[in-house]
Design a protein around this ligand. Structure first.
Ligand code: NAD
Length: 482
């Protein structure tokens, strides 16, 4: 028997069970067993969270920046202390392996580290004597109540892309985590409370579209930070902007990895495999299209198939597992539809992950298609699962044209031993995060997460200096003393 718990919300400094009628069962993706029940927050509860955030803003925005940073130092220490438990929780609700979950939590900690530097990050600018006897200065102020809306694939890290910087710069924050993975969000609230964050500065509400729409149109929400799929990101951007809010909306991806025929085959293929199949392909930086450039195509496909065959499917808690489940049974069904469709479209199936031995959970084996072409659905759309497409290009120009035809522009990588090819790629690839001999080109927290095209809607990205600017507004004061 697995004990199911009711997921609580955290509103105005109180953990509580929602009074809602609508609940969502939360399964462990590795077993399919229900581990928790998630009541959606009611409209009144969401209003209460925003009201608490609005009230708390008065005091928190006036709290000296070094004191706000001290909360982040304590929060960071708690994250370090609880890293094993936080990682296990991610594995339990999302399915990824414990190693992958630990990697996620470490990445989250980097953002807390970055936020600890708030006294420096918040500094303004000034210029003495812009005209005779006149000085000018720029000062940063928080924007107000920020709402964060996050996806299922990084239940710990993605909320932490937002929360530390938003809070340390003096804003208050209402998080609406994915209804598929709500457990980590509640644990984050517990640790923020333990770190001494005053009540109302951070709240967690639960739900799906209705909760999001309420936050998008709420008159007391000043800014929206969103991470999720491209269609929803476009909707969030338009709706939040129409409601007068500052918005950053990170969308989906279709990341191409070019493997040049001058590349070192073995390490390049291994990197493509871990990019495509790490986190079961449920990663916005997953390399989902490998482009063999020049004569390397056949050798690359052979190497990829052999590496994929070595992946071990299983629950994330098993230390031997290298490929965990996908998030839900429905997602698995949808992915199988894509695979069936690609076969009928004429793509060559090299590794078929549709039939797995595991009886429980939502597992799909590593799937690789060769000879994928741009007219195929599996090239056009983001699949978000353990499915890799291989394409062929005669030269770097053809490969870059392919990559640049994608409607997405999150990440792209090149594997090469040629500096000339790498330079061409860096200048011409139309994606915001690029890797040279790196399979997952994830920027560190002090750089922004710079998706392009349908992978990002807005101006200022998550993390890095962009995030400080997103969560602050400026005053420029011009002064003369007679
Ligand atoms: P999703 O778009 O389905 O959901 C994201 C959030 O939006 C959830 O909180 C959900 O409740 C809410 N939502 C979903 N549909 C909505 C609607 N119609 N109206 C209002 N709110 C809605 O995304 P997901 O399946 O949870 O996550 C996977 C997606 O996130 C992938 O597309 C992935 O590429 C993307 N992602 C992008 C990045 C990035 O940095 N660009 C990072 C992580 C994930």
């Amino acid at each position: 028997m697995i004990a199911t718990k009711t997921v609580r919300s955290y509103i105005g400094g109180k953990f509580r069970e929602s009074r809602a009628d609508k609940t969502e069962p939360i399964p462990n993706p590795a077993t399919g067993q229900i581990i928790a029940s998630l009541p959606y927050s009611t409209r009144a509860e969401i209003d209460e969270a925003v009201a608490a955030a609005k009230k708390a803003f008065l005091g928190w925005s006036e709290t000296p920046v070094p004191d706000r940073a001290q909360v982040m130092f304590r929060f960071k220490a708690l994250f370090d202390r609880h890293i094993d438990e936080l990682s296990a929780l991610v594995t339990q609700e999302n399915g990824k392996t414990l190693d992958e979950a630990r990697g996620e939590v470490k990445r989250a900690i980097e953002v807390i580290d970055f936020a600890c530097g708030a006294p420096t990050l918040m500094m303004g600018q000034n210029l003495d004597q812009i005209a005779k006897g006149i000085d000018e200065e720029l000062t940063r102020f928080p924007v107000g109540v920020v709402a964060g809306i996050t996806p299922f694939n990084f239940p710990n890290m993605v909320p932490l892309w937002m929360i530390p910087v938003a809070i340390v710069t003096g804003n208050t924050f209402v998080l609406k985590p994915s209804q598929l993975t709500p457990l980590s969000a509640v644990r984050i609230a517990e640790l923020l409370e333990e770190a001494g964050l005053p009540e109302g500065v951070f709240s967690v509400v639960h739900g799906a579209n209705d909760a999001v729409n309420q936050l998008l149109t709420h008159p007391d929400v000043a800014a929206i930070s969103f991470v999720g799929s491209a269609t929803v990101a476009a909707y969030i951007y338009a709706t939040a902007a129409a409601n007068g809010k500052r918005v950053q909306a990170l969308g989906g991806a279709k990341n191409h990895i070019l493997v040049m025929d001058d590349a070192e085959l073995e390490p390049s293929a291994q990197n493509v495999i871990s990019s495509a199949f790490g986190n079961a392909g449920q990663r916005c930086l997953a390399g989902s299209v490998a482009v063999g450039v020049g004569k390397i195509g056949d050798a690359l496909v052979r190497e990829l198939a052999s590496d994929a065959a070595k992946l071990k499917l299983g629950p994330g808690t098993d230390p031997d597992t290298t490929l965990g489940p996908v998030i839900r049974g429905e997602r698995k069904t949808k992915l199988i539809e894509y695979i069936d469709g690609a076969e009928s479209d004429g793509a060559q199936l090299i590794s078929d992950g549709r039939h797995v031995d595991l009886k429980e959970g939502f597992f799909l084996g590593p799937t690789i298609f060769d000879r994928v072409t741009p007219n195929m659905k599996i090239w056009k759309e983001e699949l978000f699962g353990p499915v890799l497409s291989v394409m062929r290009a005669a030269d770097i120009d053809e490969a870059l044209n392919l990559l640049n035809r994608s409607t997405f522009g999150n990440m792209a990588s090149i594997f090469t031993t040629s500096g000339k090819n790498a330079r061409e790629f860096k200048r011409r690839a139309q994606a915001g995060m690029l890797g040279v001999n790196i399979g997952v080109a994830a920027p560190m927290a002090f750089f922004p997460f710079t998706g392009w095209k349908n992978s990002f809607f807005g101006d200022l990205h998550a993390t890095g200096q962009d995030s400080v600017r997103f969560y602050t507004r400026h005053k420029v004061v011009t002064t003369r003393w007679f």
